[in-house]
Design a protein around this ligand. Structure first.
Ligand SMILES: NC(=O)c1ccc[n+]([C@@H]2O[C@H](COP(=O)([O-])OP(=O)(O)OC[C@H]3O[C@@H](n4cnc5c(N)ncnc54)[C@H](O)[C@@H]3O)[C@@H](O)[C@H]2O)c1
Length: 384
């Protein structure tokens, strides 16, 4: 290997919460990444980061962005901070990995994209489940042309999204809460990635059925694409049925999980719920590391109908149904989960390759998410 191939990206993290803890096995397991610094408003998280990685731990994003050792900033704070922190980092010449959704408004998304372009830094948006190896394999199978054109995609997921402990703004759609802002980013990314066409129209309905948690917990949406394909998305986060049952109890993170749900916790106040969430986050008293994966990450059922076959993304590969029988195009379990995110980031920063999940891509997904909310609110088709 030459020096370029041996290069390690020095990563600084803003926001040591749940998103960070889900990416931590990737950062810790992938030799292309070195965790050198972090910023968080929680002191307990900073203390733990300094102890775990001998890295610098700052109280503010500004201090982290000014750290000359940091090459790439991973923005993993709540959505409302993404734009301001990403622009700050770009102005300091840092490459960017930003959690989904890119930002809350298209104007904020555009400000991030413009700041990255002006500074000449790369921008990758993720993790979203369109990075998952089975989804990438499925896309490659479609693009091979072996099965004909994509005609229809069904994406279905039932989880406990809304019943898990949440910050107050996660329960307020106006502040970026709810299943559409938070979970549709995955399904929209996945179907756009596989269809390989522009979304031209959206019709959606949403469900906010829990008065105590007054934001969308469920949605259904029909997306049309420029080449004539269409996709149906269904999501229910109320936590009664768990569609991981259809994945042989392999969970979203590729972990083997027990075949049962988690009873919902009740909290006396929003402050108590936030404190409970933080205690389970990195640095908190009840923090637990993610279980080692037995298969790839997934986001529920993804079933793609082409002219001559149906293709289904599975945690261990892609099932191909054609000519009256099914076969598995198998993928070995991941050595490092979510390493596909680092593949894209590394190829961009080290080799200058344009990422698939760049700012323009993420704005496209945000455009669909905003259209879904509008379609549901106004009970009509929304053209994109
Ligand atoms: N890709 C995924 O699988 C995934 C999973 C969870 C969350 N996310 C995304 O990650 C982002 C964060 O969500 P989360 O669930 O991790 O939230 P969280 O509440 O679990 O964590 C947020 C962290 O940011 C810190 N923080 C808050 N404000 C800050 C500030 N101004 N400066 C520095 N630190 C600050 C908090 O102390 C906390 O540690 C969201 O955009 C969310 O959509 C992505």
């Amino acid at each position: 290997m030459n020096d370029v191939e041996n290069r390690t990206l020095k990563l600084g993290v803003i926001g040591l919460g749940r998103a960070f803890s889900l990416m931590l096995p990737t950062f810790a397991g992938d030799s292309r990444i070195s965790l050198v610094a972090a910023a968080d408003t929680r002191e307990a998280a900073r203390r733990r980061f300094a102890a775990d990685f001998s890295g610098k731990a700052y109280a503010t994003a500004g201090e982290l962005c000014a750290d000359p050792h940091v090459e790439v900033v991973y923005v993993a704070t709540p959505h409302q901070f993404h734009a301001q922190q990403a622009v700050l980092a770009a102005r300091q010449g840092k490459h960017l990995l930003i959690e989904k959704p890119l930002a809350l408004t298209l104007d904020d998304c555009a400000a991030i994209v413009a700041a990255a372009r002006t500074a000449g830094v790369h921008l990758v948006v993720g993790h979203s489940h369109s990075f998952d190896a089975p989804v990438q394999r499925l896309r490659a199978l479609v693009q091979s042309g072996a099965f004909g054109a994509v005609r229809m995609i069904n994406a279905i997921n039932y989880t406990d999204y809304l019943s898990r402990p949440r910050r107050p703004e996660e329960l307020d759609t106006a502040k970026g809460g709810g299943a559409v802002y938070n979970q549709a980013a995955h399904q929209v990314d996945v179907v756009r990635f596989i269809a390989g066409e522009q979304v031209t129209g959206v019709r959606a309905m949403t469900g906010a059925w829990d008065k105590a948690r007054p934001t969308e917990g469920a949605y259904a949406a029909l997306l049309t694409f420029s080449g004539g394909a269409f996709a149906s998305l269904s999501y229910n986060g109320f936590g009664h049925f768990d569609s991981d049952e259809w994945q042989n109890w392999v969970g979203e993170l590729g972990q083997q999980k027990p075949p049962q749900g988690t009873p919902r916790q009740r909290f006396a106040s929003a402050a108590e719920e936030t404190a409970f969430k933080n205690a389970r986050n990195y640095g908190g008293d009840n923090y637990k590391q993610a279980a080692a994966p037995v298969a790839h990450n997934h986001f529920g059922t993804v079933l793609v109908s082409c002219d001559r076959a149906d293709l289904r993304a599975m945690p261990n590969g892609v099932m191909i149904y054609e000519n009256g029988s099914g076969r598995l195009d198998a993928l070995p379990p991941p050595a490092v989960p979510r390493s596909e995110v680092i593949d894209e980031l590394y190829r961009a920063v080290v080799f200058g390759e344009k990422p698939l999940h760049d700012g323009a891509w993420a704005m496209g997904t945000m455009n669909v998410i905003i259209a879904m909310l509008r379609s549901a609110r106004e009970s009509r088709d929304v053209a994109i």
